[in-house]
Design a protein around this ligand. Structure first.
Ligand SMILES: NC(=O)c1ccc[n+]([C@@H]2O[C@H](COP(=O)([O-])OP(=O)(O)OC[C@H]3O[C@@H](n4cnc5c(N)ncnc54)[C@H](OP(=O)(O)O)[C@@H]3O)[C@@H](O)[C@H]2O)c1
Length: 252
C-alpha cells in the first residue's frame, strides 16, 4: 500500500486528495493545509492537519501550494530523507530543500475546485533526482488513472508556457467574446458549437492547417470593421491587432 500526505487544499490539492482517496492501493494518510480545509462528505474519514510538526509518516509528500511558497514550505518540513514533490509547472525541482529526496508531480491540466475531473485526462509530468523515486511516482500516477511521462525541468517549463497559451490565453479570449456578445443582448451559448469545433479540429489537423478567418485571408475591409467596433476598447483593439499580426506572420 502506497501512503501519501497531500499539502495544500486549493484547486490541485483538493482534486488530488479526492483522486487518491478514491483509488485502490493508495492511502491518503493525512491532508495538510495552513488554513481550514473545506472537507466534502465523502472525505470526512481523511485526517486533517494544520501543524507541520504533526505531519504523519508517508512514502511521499505532495506539495500542491502556490508556486511562490513551494521553497519556503519545503524548508519548513520537519523531517529528512523522505520523498517530497511539488505540482508546479514552472518551479524548478532545485527549489525543494535538499534535506529530502526531491521530485515533481506536475498535472498538465486546468483544475478548479468545483469542476469535476477524471485523472485519466490528466497527463502527469514526473521528474526526480533518484531513478527509484521516478518509478515510484510513475506507479502512483498510474494508480490514480493518469498517464505518466518522464519530463525534465526545461521541458516542463515549456509545457507550462504552452499550457498558458492553449488554456489561460484562450480562456481570456472567451471572456472578451462573452462581454462583446453580452453587450448585443446575445447569449454566449450561441458560440458553443464554434468553440467545440475549434478544439476538435486541432485534434485532427495541425493548428497551422486549421487556421481560417479574415487575418489569414487578409480581408482588410473586414479587419477594419472589427477594429472600428473595438474603438471604445483600446485594450481589446490592441490585442486584436497583435494576434492579427501574428497570424499574418505565420501565414505570410
Ligand atoms: N490550478 C491549476 O490548474 C494548476 C494546474 C497544474 C499545476 N498547478 C500548480 O499546483 C499548485 C497549486 O495550485 P492551485 O491552483 O491548487 O492553487 P490555489 O488553489 O491557489 O491553492 C493554493 C494552496 O497553497 C496554499 N498556500 C498559499 N500560500 C501558502 C503559504 N505561504 N504557506 C503554505 N501554504 C500556502 C493555500 O493555502 P490556503 O488554503 O491556506 O490559502 C492553498 O492550499 C501550484 O504550484 C500551481 O502552479 C495548478
Amino acid at each position: 500500500m502506497i501512503t501519501v500526505v497531500v499539502l495544500g487544499a486549493g484547486n490541485v490539492g483538493t482534486h488530488l486528495c479526492k483522486a487518491i482517496h478514491a483509488s485502490e492501493g493508495i492511502k491518503l494518510v493525512q491532508w495538510y493545509n495552513r488554513s481550514k480545509i473545506n472537507i466534502s462528505n465523502h472525505m470526512t474519514a481523511v485526517e486533517q492537519c494544520y501543524n507541520l510538526s504533526k505531519l504523519a509518516t508517508a512514502d511521499v509528500y505532495i506539495m500542491a501550494v502556490s508556486d511562490n511558497h513551494v521553497e519556503s514550505l519545503s524548508n519548513q518540513l520537519p523531517f529528512e530523507n523522505r520523498l517530497v514533490v511539488h505540482t508546479s509547472g514552472s518551479v524548478s525541482m532545485r527549489h525543494l530543500n535538499k534535506k529530502n529526496r526531491r521530485g515533481v508531480f506536475y498535472p498538465l491540466q486546468t483544475f478548479s475546485k468545483l469542476a469535476e475531473l477524471d485523472f485519466k485526462d490528466v497527463p502527469m509530468c514526473i521528474e526526480t533526482t533518484i531513478k527509484k523515486d521516478r518509478s515510484f511516482l510513475m506507479s502512483l500516477a498510474k494508480a490514480i488513472g493518469s498517464p505518466a511521462y518522464k519530463i525534465n525541468s526545461e521541458q516542463r517549463q515549456t509545457l507550462h508556457l504552452s499550457a498558458v497559451f492553449v488554456n489561460n490565453f484562450t480562456n481570456q479570449l472567451y471572456r472578451i467574446a462573452h462581454e462583446l456578445v453580452d453587450k448585443q443582448g446575445l447569449d454566449f451559448e450561441i458560440l458553443n458549437p464554434l468553440i467545440l469545433e475549434t478544439a476538435k479540429k486541432v485534434l485532427i489537423f495541425s493548428p497551422y492547417m486549421a487556421q481560417t478567418g479574415p487575418a489569414k485571408r487578409r480581408d482588410n475591409k473586414t479587419l477594419k470593421t472589427h477594429l472600428n467596433l473595438l474603438e471604445k476598447n483600446p485594450n481589446y483593439k490592441e490585442l486584436y491587432e497583435q494576434i492579427t499580426k501574428s497570424i499574418q506572420k505565420t501565414h505570410g
